[in-house]
Design a protein around this ligand. Structure first.
Ligand code: MG
Ligand code: FE
Length: 169
């Protein structure tokens, strides 16, 4: 089981880095949103969930005798910041951001689905429980984004048709 244990801890570290990236991305997005209060509120809620997810993952990693890699996390944050900057210059930023969020949530869903299987395989009941809890939050967020994509698109288009109104964010 040594190999499996090593993989599990690696994947938990990857997930931790992914949540760091999520926090940076979501924070950048929410700070720039001015005209879409519903989206801003849901993102703020998910930022709180994301911070808690990262804490819970750190707990799983430390319980298994590992620690969180600073270099990987710094790289993840830098990448997220660069992505945030890239999106800033697109005139349809809010629509692009919503699509990117939907994609990101699904990357998270896939990660936790694999983590649960790996944790079950090595008999780590607590890690499996934590990842199942996080998975539900990611699925709820993905569903919310899916439901709101048409509304975001319509709101963006309506604002862009209105003279003087700023449609971007
Ligand atoms: Mg997450
Ligand atoms: Fe998420």
């Amino acid at each position: 089981m040594t190999e499996s244990n090593d993989h599990l801890i690696d994947w938990l570290r990857d997930a931790y880095a992914m949540e760091q990236q999520a926090e940076t991305m979501l924070t950048a997005m929410s700070e720039r949103i001015e005209h879409y209060p519903d989206i801003r509120a849901r993102i703020s809620e998910h930022i709180r969930e994301t911070r808690r997810q990262a804490d819970m993952l750190r707990g799983c990693i430390e319980r298994r005798g590992g620690d969180v890699s600073t270099i990987k996390n710094m790289a993840a944050r830098a990448m997220a910041a660069a992505q945030g900057l890239g999106g800033m210059f697109a005139s349809d930023e809010i629509v692009k951001g919503a699509m990117a969020s939907y994609t990101f949530e699904h990357m998270e869903i896939a990660s936790y689905r694999c983590l649960i299987a790996a944790a079950d395989e090595v008999g780590d009941v607590e890690t499996s429980r934590v990842c199942a809890e996080i998975l539900r939050e990611e699925q709820a967020m993905a569903e919310w984004v899916f439901e709101h994509l048409p509304e975001v698109t319509r709101a963006f288009l309506a604002r862009s048709e209105t003279a003087g109104a700023e449609a971007k964010v």
